[in-house]
Design a protein around this ligand. Structure first.
Ligand code: UGA
Length: 442
């Protein structure tokens, strides 16, 4: 099939590369000139693992204008929908794309909306600028850092729109649905469920998934906080919960809060959608509030323990491990609170070498440079490098003995054995066991 993809961000570029690998004739349109130049040079401005290797194996054109829309059987819209007024997404880029498609695409072409959009958007486009086409909502469920795995072997494909578009969408994803011909690096999951529904259901399915995962994490953080307060072991409690297949072991790690380009934006939008429908979504509102409180309580614990004017070695700037993305990163939000509170923050992140707007955060090139002479070390991103830190060596370069583990990647026992005081995401200090106290004294 001839496919034109509008937008070369995570979703657009990954979708384009994967569809080209599946044998379709794909062109990807990117308006941002500097981002386009990077794609055209064969590099990946998003640093998504495996994507450049795949791009070198497929025939995929990156272009700056939408002329290809005119000859496409299928147009994929993957433009940004950042938070706008009142928490609702700002649809300016989507409206531009729709106007362009409406003017250029042939009658009957299928338009797949992969951008995350409010419920009812596809219906509105169908009866407006895209009335000659068939508009299908086809949300993505890609995780940054695992985008190729999630695109080639997803848990499900969700799509909804006019019924005569269904077979075309199924044809587009046929090899993914059948779990056929996956590159060696992809973990096969067998046949993939293809869930066809109304456009409104597909639009809500995307928000529902992210809203639920965010709520799960807020609940996990509440349980971990409560465990600290009642003298229970949060790790043991969560391991037990994760063993129940109805709960599952993923997205169960307590932290200083969830962030990124999706959960904060999509939970705000889901809240705004519910408000607009006159529905009081109390669980979601509580999950969002909990996330704000979680970061606040962790920051407050650091500020209580570090002397005014003191220095914090901040490990992590990305919103999660495996990506250089710092959008709505809890690590950066935390750093800003600490800087505003009069602390010096020296940060290291394996994937982030500089910040466009540092607002007082000093970015250093190594863990040692960030932590040398620090009064406290704070782990703010769950990079495996930080889980594997040589804690004794770390203690030798710091001035103070405080370790704030905002991502639950260090065992309190290991921290105590290295002579560090351990404070987890709840902000409550974990006392050493008698065992470690004795070893420390010896
Ligand atoms: C999320 C969803 O997981 C994807 O399914 C979805 O497609 C994507 O949003 C999107 O809407 O495009 P992503 O934003 O890449 O993916 O990140 P996650 O891996 O879900 O992590 C989100 C946040 O939760 C991060 O800040 C991470 O540190 C935090 N997290 C994650 C925890 O605090 N604990 C965990 O156990 C897992």
């Amino acid at each position: 099939m001839r496919v034109a993809v509008l937008g070369a961000g995570y979703v657009g570029a990954t979708s384009a590369a994967v569809l080209a690998a599946l044998g379709h004739h794909v062109t990807c349109v990117e308006r941002d000139r500097s981002r386009l130049a990077i794609w055209r040079s064969g590099n990946d401005p998003l640093a998504e693992p495996g994507l450049t290797d795949l791009l070198h194996c497929v025939d995929l054109q990156f272009v700056g204008d939408g002329a290809e829309i005119a000859t496409a059987d299928l147009v994929i819209v993957a433009v940004g929908t950042p938070t706008g007024a009142g928490g609702m997404p700002d649809l300016a880029q989507l409206e531009d794309a729709a106007a362009q498609i409406g003017a250029l695409a042939r009658t009957g072409a299928v338009v797949l909306i992969r951008s995350t959009v409010p419920v009812g958007t596809c219906d509105r486009l169908q009866s407006g600028p895209l009335r000659r086409m068939r508009v299908v909502s086809n949300p993505e469920f890609l995780r940054e850092g695992h985008a190729l795995q999630d695109a080639l072997a997803p848990d499900r494909i969700v799509a909804g729109g006019p019924s005569d578009a269904r077979s075309i969408v199924e044809h587009l994803y046929r090899r993914v649905i059948e779990g056929r011909s996956l590159p060696a690096a992809i973990d096969p999951r067998g046949p993939v469920p293809f869930l066809w529904m109304s456009a409104r259901s597909a639009e809500l399915a995307k928000y529902a998934a992210n809203g639920f995962l965010a709520t799960k994490l807020s609940f996990v953080n509440e349980i971990a906080n409560l465990a600290e307060s009642v003298g229970a072991d949060a790790g043991a409690v969560l391991e037990s919960m994760g063993s129940d297949p109805r709960i599952g072991p993923q997205h169960l790690r307590p932290g200083l809060g969830w962030g990124g380009s999706c959960f904060p934006k999509d939970t705000r939008a889901l809240q705004a959608i519910a408000d607009g429908a006159g529905y009081d979504f109390i669980v979601l509102r509580a999950a969002i509030d909990q996330n704000t409180r979680q970061l606040g309580q962790f920051a407050a614990a650091i500020r209580r323990s570090v002397i005014p004017g003191g220095t914090v070695g901040l490990l992590g700037l990305a919103f999660k491990a495996g990506t250089p993305d710092t959008r709505e990163s809890p690590a950066i939000a935390l750093a800003h609170v600490l800087v505003r509170g009069g602390l010096s923050v020296r940060a290291f992140d394996p994937a982030v070498r500089a910040l466009a707007d540092d607002r007082g955060i000093e970015v250093r090139a190594t863990v040692d440079e960030a932590c040398a002479g620090a009064d406290a070390v704070v782990i703010a991103t769950e990079w495996p490098e930080f889980a594997a830190l040589d804690l004794r060596a770390l203690r030798n370069v710091t001035r103070g003995d405080l370790l704030f583990d905002g991502r639950s990647v260090i065992s309190p026992q290991a921290a105590h054995a290295a002579g560090l005081r351990y404070i987890g995401p709840s902000g409550i200090e974990e006392e050493p066991t008698a065992d470690v106290r004795l070893r420390g004294a010896a």
